[in-house]
Design a protein around this ligand. Structure first.
Ligand SMILES: Cc1cc2nc3c(=O)[nH]c(=O)nc-3n(C[C@H](O)[C@H](O)[C@H](O)COP(=O)(O)OP(=O)(O)OC[C@H]3O[C@@H](n4cnc5c(N)ncnc54)[C@H](O)[C@@H]3O)c2cc1C
Length: 468
C-alpha cells in the first residue's frame, strides 16, 4: 500500500474492489488518471462477490474465443426480457448487450484467461464464457494489471461518507486503520455492490423472514455508499425486495458460502416445507431456468426452510452440494432426521407417488413430460415415485446473491440525481446500479457483464472529466 494515500489529491476515487471497480480503475489509469481504490475487505478477502463468479454472458456474431456459434443482440435481449418480465431499461440493456462483445477481448488483454467452452447439461457454451480459475483468478489478474498501471489499492478501507454538494462530489471520508481520513478526489466511481450484507436493511425490506436468509457472497457489501448517496439526493432505481436469490444448502455459513452450497437436486426431488407439505412444481422447467426462483419460494415458507428429498434412482443425476445428504432407509426415518411430522411426510410422499403416472421415458436432461396427474401442486416433468431406499435429503434456505435497489444511471454510467440530470462527477458500475437492467429475475452471467461494461464506461468518463 502506498504511504500517504490519504493525503494525496486523486483524480479518480473508486469505492469498491470487485470486478466493476477494477474495470473502472484500469480503464481510468490507462487514460492517464491517478486512481485510488478503497476496498473495505482485507486484502485476502478483496474482490467482493466477483471472487465467487465463474462466467459472463456475452453477445457475439460468430464463434468468439471460447464461445461457440452466435448469440445475437435480439436473442440476448429476449432472454433478458423473459426473466425480468419486461422490468428493464431497454436502451441501457441493449447498450450493455452490444458492448459485451468487445469485453471478451478486453478481458483477455488485461490478463483474464478463459477455459474451453462447456459441454453438458448447463447448455451454456454459446452464451457464457467461463473464466479459467474462476472469479478469483480474474480479480488477481486485474489487480496485477492495475498495480502495473500505478493504481493504488488500500484494503480494510471503507468509504463511510461521500460529500455531495448539489450533485457535485467534493471529497470522501474513508475509515481505515481505526481512523477516518478525509480524501480528496476530482471524481468518484461507486462500485461498492448491493446492500445484502446488511441484514437489518434486508429485514426492513422483507420483514423478520430476512433474518433466516443466507448471503452467498461477501459480508462487506452493506450498502453504505448506496445509502449515503441516496440520502444526499441520488435517484434510486429498483425495489428493495428485488434481488437474485437461489435455494442453497441450509447448512451453508451465513456469508460467503459461494457456489459450492448451491443445490441442483430440486428437479428430481419433491420439496416439502416445515409442515411436510409440497408447495411448488419441482419439475416446471430445466434447472438453469428455474433455480433463481427457488430462493423466493423457500423465503415464503414457514421458518424460511424446506427439504428436497430424492430416492436412490436420482442420486447421480445432479452436481451435489459440498455437504453430504441426510440419508435414511425409510420416509419415517427421514422425517425423524429432518424433525418433520412422520405421518404427514409419509402421506405427502404417498400422494405424490400415487399421482406419478409414468407412461413416458424419463429423460433427465430435457423436459420429458413425465408429469403427475390430479396432484396440487403438480410436478410437470421428471415425476417418478420416491420409493427406493436409501432416501436422501437436503435442507434448503434462501441464499441471497445480490440486491437490485441501486443508483439510477444513464448510458454514460453517470449517477442521476433525484432533482433531475446527472451528477457532475459521480459514476456508478456493477451491482450498485444493476437494478437499472434487472428490475426482477436474473439471467446467468449478466452480473459480470453489467459490471464490466459499466466499469469500463465509468473509468473512461471519469478520466475524460479529469482531462477537461
Ligand atoms: C456465489 C456467487 C456466484 C456468482 N456467480 C456469478 C457468475 O458466474 N457470473 C455472473 O455474472 N455473476 C455471478 N454472481 C454475481 C456477481 O458476483 C456480481 O454481479 C458481480 O460480481 C458484481 O460485481 P461488483 O464489482 O459490482 O460487486 P462486488 O464484486 O461484490 O464488489 C463490491 C466491492 O465493494 C466493496 N465495498 C462495499 N462497500 C464498500 C465501502 N463502503 N467502501 C469500500 N468498499 C466497499 C466490497 O468489499 C467489494 O469488494 C455471483 C455471485 C455470487 C455470490
Amino acid at each position: 500500500m502506498q504511504a500517504g494515500w490519504a493525503e494525496t489529491d486523486w483524480d479518480v476515487l473508486v469505492a469498491g474492489g470487485g470486478n466493476a471497480a477494477l474495470c473502472a480503475a484500469i480503464t481510468a489509469a490507462e487514460r492517464g488518471a491517478k486512481v485510488l481504490i478503497v476496498e473495505s475487505a482485507p486484502r485476502d478477502w478483496r474482490g467482493g462477490n466477483s471472487r465467487h463468479t465463474r462466467n459472463f454472458r456475452c453477445m457475439h456474431e460468430g464463434p468468439l474465443g471460447p464461445l461457440t456459434g452466435a448469440y445475437s443482440e435480439d436473442e440476448y435481449f429476449d432472454d433478458l426480457l423473459r426473466v425480468t418480465k419486461g422490468r428493464t431499461d431497454e436502451d441501457l440493456a441493449r447498450m450493455t448487450i452490444r458492448a459485451s462483445e468487445a469485453c471478451l477481448t478486453w478481458m483477455q488483454d488485461h490478463g483474464v484467461r478463459f477455459q474451453p467452452s462447456l459441454s453438458g447439461t448447463l447448455s451454456l457454451s454459446r452464451t457464457n464464457a467461463f473464466f479459467l480459475g474462476g472469479g478469483k483468478a480474474l480479480l488477481n489478474a486485474y489487480y496485477r494489471t492495475a498495480e502495473a498501471l500505478g493504481v493504488t489499492a488500500v484494503y480494510d478501507a471503507e468509504a463511510v461518507h461521500l460529500d455531495l454538494e448539489d450533485g457535485f462530489f467534493a471529497g470522501a471520508e474513508i475509515r481505515a486503520g481505526g481512523e477516518t481520513h478525509r480524501v480528496k478526489s476530482k471524481t468518484l466511481i461507486a462500485a461498492s455492490g448491493g446492500f445484502q450484507g446488511d441484514i437489518d436493511w434486508l429485514t426492513r425490506a422483507w420483514g423478520p423472514a430476512a433474518e433466516n436468509f443466507l448471503i452467498r457472497g461477501t459480508p462487506y457489501n452493506r450498502g453504505v455508499v448506496l445509502a449515503d448517496l441516496l440520502d444526499q439526493g441520488a435517484e434510486p432505481v429498483g425495489d428493495p425486495t428485488q434481488c437474485h436469490a437461489v435455494a442453497i444448502d441450509g447448512r451453508a455459513p451465513k456469508f460467503d458460502g459461494g457456489i459450492v452450497t448451491r443445490l441442483d437436486c430440486v428437479p428430481f426431488s419433491i420439496v416439502v416445507n416445515r409442515d411436510a407439505e409440497r408447495f411448488h412444481d419441482e419439475g416446471e422447467d430445466v434447472w438453469p431456468k428455474r433455480y433463481a426462483i427457488w430462493g423466493r419460494l423457500v423465503a415464503a415458507q414457514p421458518g424460511q426452510v424446506a427439504y428436497a428429498i430424492i430416492d436412490r434412482k436420482s442420486r447421480e443425476l445432479f452436481m451435489p452440494s459440498v455437504y453430504p445428504p441426510i440419508e435414511a432407509g425409510s420416509i419415517a426415518e427421514m422425517a425423524g432426521k429432518l424433525e418433520l411430522d412422520a405421518a404427514r411426510l409419509e402421506a405427502t410422499v404417498a400422494d405424490f407417488n400415487a399421482a406419478c403416472r409414468g407412461g413416458r421415458a424419463f429423460m433427465p436432461t430435457e423436459l420429458d413430460g413425465l408429469a403427475t396427474e390430479g396432484l396440487e401442486p403438480p410436478k410437470t416433468n421428471w415425476a417418478r415415485p420416491i420409493a427406493e431406499p436409501p432416501f436422501h435429503a437436503w435442507p434448503l434456505r434462501p441464499g441471497v446473491t445480490f440486491t437490485y435497489l441501486g443508483l439510477k444511471v444513464d448510458d454514460r454510467a453517470r449517477m442521476q440525481t433525484a432533482g433531475g440530470g446527472a451528477a457532475a462527477n459521480v459514476w456508478a458500475a456493477g451491482e450498485v446500479m444493476a437494478g437499472n437492467i434487472l428490475g426482477e429475475g436474473y439471467l446467468a452471467g449478466i452480473g459480470m457483464t453489467i459490471g464490466t461494461v459499466f466499469g469500463r464506461i465509468a473509468g473512461e468518463e471519469a478520466a475524460k472529466h479529469v482531462r477537461n
